[in-house]
Design a protein around this ligand. Structure first.
Ligand SMILES: [Zn+2]
Length: 237
């Protein structure tokens, strides 16, 4: 029996329910091949869906669980007032979240980023979860502000990641994270606990002028090269 609606399970375990485009999947969950035109149209369709969900007062959570973004997505400067779940989402091309604002919890847990996403100057007012997310390419969180706890537990950064001048006001959990070519924490400010236990730095680890409010945890952390803590300081804030 072929289902008329998409059966992909969303964050709450309920099926997506959107109309099927092909192969049993809706336009947002399509895992198979897309035509050039389908890729071209995707961003517009997503933005329309985002607006619809934002304007519907009955929808409390923007649930984009397992969405597949086949083309570039521009959410630069967007203000997300509701909770957002990009849980297990796949971004095949660039995703631009720079200068966006997330007012509530946001989850990119288990998401996959194939190209270079940007989280530059993003304000995270709620808890932010990037646990077990995979960044295949360079990425930046430069000048972002995490007002609450952030989870990068078991996150993989294959290439370069920049946390230049980032403010971590809540707990920053980098437990078991993997850093590839370069991890850049220049000028970052950890105003709460910073935990890098069991993390693996496979390339350069740069903590130049990083500020830690409390002694950071580097328990069983492995560094392929000597990390740089030049000018880093531990200071009460
Ligand atoms: Zn669907």
């Amino acid at each position: 029996m072929s289902a008329e609606t998409c059966q992909v399970k969303m964050y709450d375990g309920k099926p997506c329910g959107r109309p099927v485009l092909k192969d049993g999947d809706c336009v947002f969950h399509l895992r198979g091949e897309r035509t050039e035109e389908e890729v071209q149209n995707f961003e517009g369709e997503f933005l329309t869906e985002l607006r619809r969900m934002e304007e519907d007062p009955k929808i409390e959570r923007l649930d984009f669980t397992k969405f597949v973004f086949p083309g570039e997505i521009d959410l630069h400067g967007h203000v997300f007032e509701k909770e957002v779940y990009f849980f297990q989402a796949t971004f095949n091309k660039k995703a631009d979240f720079s200068e966006a604002r997330f007012d509530k919890t946001v989850s990119f847990a288990y998401a996959g980023f194939e190209e270079e996403p940007s989280f530059r100057e993003v304000t995270f007012n709620g808890i932010a979860a990037f646990s077990a997310a995979k960044f295949e390419n360079n990425t930046t969180f430069a000048e972002a502000a995490f007002e609450r706890d952030v989870l990068f537990a078991s996150t993989t950064f294959k290439k370069m990641v920049s946390f230049y001048d980032v403010r971590f006001k809540g707990e920053a959990n980098f437990k078991s994270a993997t850093f590839g070519i370069k991890a850049h924490f220049l000028g970052a400010k950890f105003e709460n606990e910073a935990d890098f236990s069991l993390a693996r730095f496979e390339g350069e680890a740069d903590f130049t002028e990083t500020t830690f409010a409390t002694e950071p945890f580097f328990i069983a952390t492995t560094f392929a090269r000597k990390p740089c803590f030049f000018g880093a300081k531990k200071a009460p804030m």
